[in-house]
Design a protein around this ligand. Structure first.
Ligand code: NAD
Ligand code: MG
Length: 403
């Protein structure tokens, strides 16, 4: 019953080392962790392309270190200031604008694309990588939420391979490897529960962005940290799992596991639960994807189970954190509902980070957008972009009274 999103070639069908990488979102949390893995394993990778958005200074430092042939940033001004910061004698091709990320993701020389841009902006280059037959180390879960059906189809047509970087999906990938997909009964995603998991219901409306950004176990970018606090991250991950593993949402369960050691579990029909465990450090999942099917030695403290002593699990508080069930509702409704869910969430999270709306307004905005969304079963790329834009605009007006 598991129908994986892409073909999985054996070791001989995969590129040899050093593998040629394109890192999209290199200046972010995932991008930095990936480059730390690359740095620690000389000779295993060649960084061919790096792409960031506005943190041009950090991108210049990374470029000086790895000397990729291609760089991409959001706009002309960023490109000019990036150029001025590069060491003399090194002149890579610098591209800019949204199309630049698509170009880098499809470069013929690139073998592995790490898709680690945050949000819907990650979709065009991820889809381009899928259409160009790349190995995609996929961190940008939003691209599957928006267009899982298109990415699935593109992988099947081009032979592209998707390897999940998201720790839960990576754990499932490892727990399913070598087993018969027909023997799987359901999947269990674990969730830390976020910083508010033990807060009384009455206090949640007053939660601030600064409190939401303090994740108990993981160090991540701002958007995913807020998504973890609302449980929208787990909702997006349920949708991600549906598209990756070809399952309906009621076969993807969620358990809160505050220690973030068991990263997810596959439940088989004989009652066996297979899990992957490890420190909450994204380098493990990233390195596994970049080197698949090999494993690298990583500079991460071994997991000391005796010192941990206790691992606990409990049901999520879905009444207090409605975003998880809203995501389930969206994926059961239609792909267009998933686009609306994501767009409304991105707008609301930005406004919450800016201190303009309250914590509970995020779920309220998503519910409002879902209620207004018409069903579309197989939207093409342009339609997805149109729904995304339209929902962003109406939700911004709904939340702030202005466009
Ligand atoms: P981040 O905010 O730290 O970094 C985002 C990166 O994307 C930066 O390099 C930024 O410059 C770039 N970027 C932002 N907007 C862009 C745009 N419009 N066009 C091009 N580039 C743009 O985010 P992150 O925490 O590294 O997360 C990246 C993705 O990985 C997200 O989809 C997130 O859900 C997923 N993910 C992250 C983690 C984690 O531990 N951080 C874990 C699992 C999955
Ligand atoms: Mg995750």
């Amino acid at each position: 019953m598991i129908d994986y999103i892409s073909a999985l070639p054996g070791a001989t069908g995969l590129p040899p080392f050093p593998r040629r990488l394109c890192v999209l979102g290199s200046t972010g949390s995932i991008g930095e962790s990936a480059l730390a893995v690359v740095d620690d394993h000389p000779g295993q990778f060649e960084v061919l392309a790096l792409a960031g958005a506005r943190n041009v200074m950090r991108l210049a430092e990374q470029a000086a270190r790895f000397r990729p042939r291609y760089l991409a940033v959001l706009d002309e001004a960023g490109a000019a200031s990036l150029k001025s910061m590069l060491p003399s004698g090194y002149s890579p091709e610098i591209l800019c604008g949204p199309d630049a990320y698509v170009t880098l993701a499809s470069l013929p020389d690139v073998q592995v694309v790490l898709s680690a841009i945050v949000g819907a902006a990650g979709l065009p280059p991820t889809l381009a990588a899928a259409k160009s037959g790349k190995i995609i180390a996929l961190a940008n879960k939003e691209s599957l939420v928006l267009a899982g059906h298109l990415i699935r189809r593109a992988c099947r047509e081009s032979g592209a391979v998707v390897l999940p970087v998201d720790s839960e999906h990576n754990a499932l990938f490892q727990s399913l490897a070598g087993h018969n997909g027909d023997d799987v009964d359901h999947l269990i995603l674990t969730a830390s529960g976020g910083p508010f998991r033990d807060w009384p219901s009455a206090d949640l409306a007053n939660a601030t962005a600064a409190q939401a950004l303090k994740h108990p176990n993981w160090s991540m970018g701002a958007k995913i940290s807020i998504d973890s606090a609302t449980l929208m991250n787990k909702g997006l991950e349920v949708i991600e799992a549906c598209w990756l593993y070809g399952l309906p949402e009621d076969r993807v369960k969620v358990l809160v596991h505050p220690q973030s050691i068991v990263h997810s579990l596959a439940a088989y029909r004989d009652g066996s639960l297979l899990a992957q465990m490890g420190q909450p450090d994204m380098r493990i999942a990233i390195a596994y994807c970049l080197c698949y099917p090999l494993r690298l030695p990583l500079k991460i403290a071994p997991l000391d189970l005796a010192a941990l002593g206790t691992l606990t699990f409990r049901e999520p508080r879905t009444d207090d954190f409605p975003c998880l069930d809203l995501a389930r509702r969206a994926v059961a409704a239609s792909p267009a509902h998933c686009v609306a869910l994501n767009a409304a969430n991105e707008v609301a999270v930005e406004l919450f980070l800016a201190g303009r709306i309250g914590f509970s307004d995020i779920a309220r905005a998503v519910e409002w957008a879902l209620a207004r969304q018409e069903s579309l079963d197989d939207p093409d790329f342009m339609t997805i972009m149109e729904v995304d834009l339209a929902v962003r605009s109406t939700v911004a007006t709904y939340l702030t009274g202005t466009t």
